[in-house]
Design a protein around this ligand. Structure first.
Ligand code: FAD
Length: 419
């Protein structure tokens, strides 16, 4: 029984089982580390499975070159094995995404973690961390039966919200809520006819007609609509909220208000969009999609100039990012910024290491960056790359007791990652 009377000990602890955390655990386990992965929900996948973010961005740059392999490739290979590797180039932007099915995504991640021999604790939420002389010595998590503590040599925060960064008192970046990206409750809508109109223009017209008829005010008038594989549902990004979702009162209100919006958008489309007459709201949640909370203050940071110039680094690169900047600055308002020649840039080692806690790394949407660079590197394909780099770096540290950029890069390359 895992409880306070039986403390656990591992080489590497990873908090958060989204794209970054899964890749971190895989990266560390591949070096032979004893790895524990702690996830607060009952399944893996992070935003993909918690918030129906079912389009994987960041595997390819805008020229179509693949920029993420390694752990990311393991995911794509598993999807291929079940005939669900579905890359899709968006007509308007030219960006290539990999479409996901919710249950297949959970299955793929379960299999990868099982096969790698990683100790996984689901329904387990990090609540506390102990530090001494600038290193984390142990963490504590709450599970359905109580609490348990874990000691380790190295710790990785892939919680998206920076739960371990905060618990350990590590240096963090937390921008003012007005400058944070808006959150969106993703809607999955069933029984939308195959030839239904999914264009922005059609949505805008339907929302305008609905507002006129009902007097309801809908700030966002159009959004992204993508047809999902297998279920044939349409995934809709429309129900936005712009609040401080680290505040429990605010996130409670945001969930409820976003669900109200979801019903209004559904009614608007049922009313006047061809092919939507018999549609129904098949799912939201279990959690509103949160784009931004706190993130790591690292020894280095990715800047918007690095992104727009497509900056390549000779010595300290640990991952590539080929997704352009997509900053959801307010509900329905997105600011875009490209990468030079539609290519990719490097993410440096210093952007995943804590500035003040020697044995803490952070991946995915916690990578140290300015606001606009963050709007590029936060996507799930890139999260797999930065997460894997954290896992390898932490495993090297757990074995040697010191950081080694050279060994980290060497092992990433051995694991097939593109650095
Ligand atoms: C509405 C929306 C649309 C998006 N669209 C896209 C898109 O189309 N394509 C794309 O690639 N990206 C998209 N993104 C961005 C992307 O989803 C995230 O940036 C990405 O999921 C980051 O991966 P991650 O592993 O860092 O974090 P997450 O996916 O957020 O995973 C974090 C994990 O940590 C767990 N966790 C949190 N706190 C704790 C704790 N205290 N203890 C234990 N576990 C904890 C969570 O339950 C979760 O499983 C979108 C995001 C949103 C919100």
């Amino acid at each position: 029984m895992v409880n306070d009377d039986n403390p656990l000990d591992f080489d590497v602890v990873v908090v958060g089982g989204g794209a970054a955390g899964i890749a971190a655990a895989l990266g560390a386990a591949a070096l032979g580390s004893r790895v524990c992965l702690i996830e607060k929900y009952g399944f893996l996948g992070g935003a993909a499975t918690i918030s129906s973010v079912l389009t994987h961005c960041g595997f390819f740059d805008q020229t179509g070159e693949q920029v993420v392999r390694g752990a990311g490739q393991l995911v794509l290979d598993k999807l291929e094995q079940v005939n669900l590797y579905l890359p899709h180039t968006m007509e308007e932007s030219g960006n290539t995404v990999v479409l996901l099915d919710m249950e297949t995504t959970k299955r793929v991640y379960d299999e990868l973690i099982d096969e790698a021999g990683i100790e996984l604790y689901l329904h387990s939420q990090l609540v506390d961390a102990q530090t001494r002389d600038g290193v984390i010595t142990s963490i504590r998590f709450a599970h359905r039966g109580g609490t348990a503590s874990v000691t380790a040599q190295a710790f990785i925060d892939c919680s998206g919200d920076g739960a371990l960064i905060a618990a350990a008192g590590a240096a963090e970046i937390l921008v003012d809520v007005h400058d944070r990206q808006a959150s969106t409750l993703v809607m999955r809508v069933g029984r939308v006819e195959e030839d239904a109109d999914l264009t922005s223009k059609a949505m805008t017209d339907a929302v305008a007609a609905y507002q006129q008829k009902t007097g309801v005010s809908l700030v966002r008038t159009s959004g992204i609509a993508v047809r999902m594989p297998l279920t044939r549902e349409v995934m809709l990004l429309l129900a936005d909220q712009h609040r401080d979702l680290l505040d429990v009162t605010e996130i409670t209100r945001a969930e409820i208000d976003a669900r109200k919006l979801a019903w209004h958008y559904l009614a608007a489309f049922q009313d006047s969009l061809k092919g939507w007459e018999s549609s129904f709201l098949s799912a939201t949640g279990p959690q509103i999609g949160i784009r931004e909370a706190r993130r790591l203050k690292g020894r280095d940071a990715v800047t918007s100039d690095d992104v727009s110039e497509g900056r390549k680094r000779l010595e300290d690169a640990i991952a590539r990012c080929g997704w352009p900047m997509e900053n959801h600055i307010a509900p329905g308002v997105t600011e875009y910024g490209g990468i030079r020649d539609q290519g990719w840039y490097h993410i440096p080692y210093g952007a995943i290491c804590s500035e003040n806690i020697d044995n803490l790394w952070a991946g995915g949407r916690l990578v140290s960056s300015d606001n606009r660079a963050y709007a590029s590197l936060r996507v799930m394909g890139t999260a797999l790359a930065t997460g894997q780099a954290c896992g390898v770096a932490a495993a090297v540290y757990a074995a040697d007791g010191v950081h080694s950029l050279q060994r980290t890069r060497h092992h990433l390359q051995l694991q097939g990652a593109l650095v």
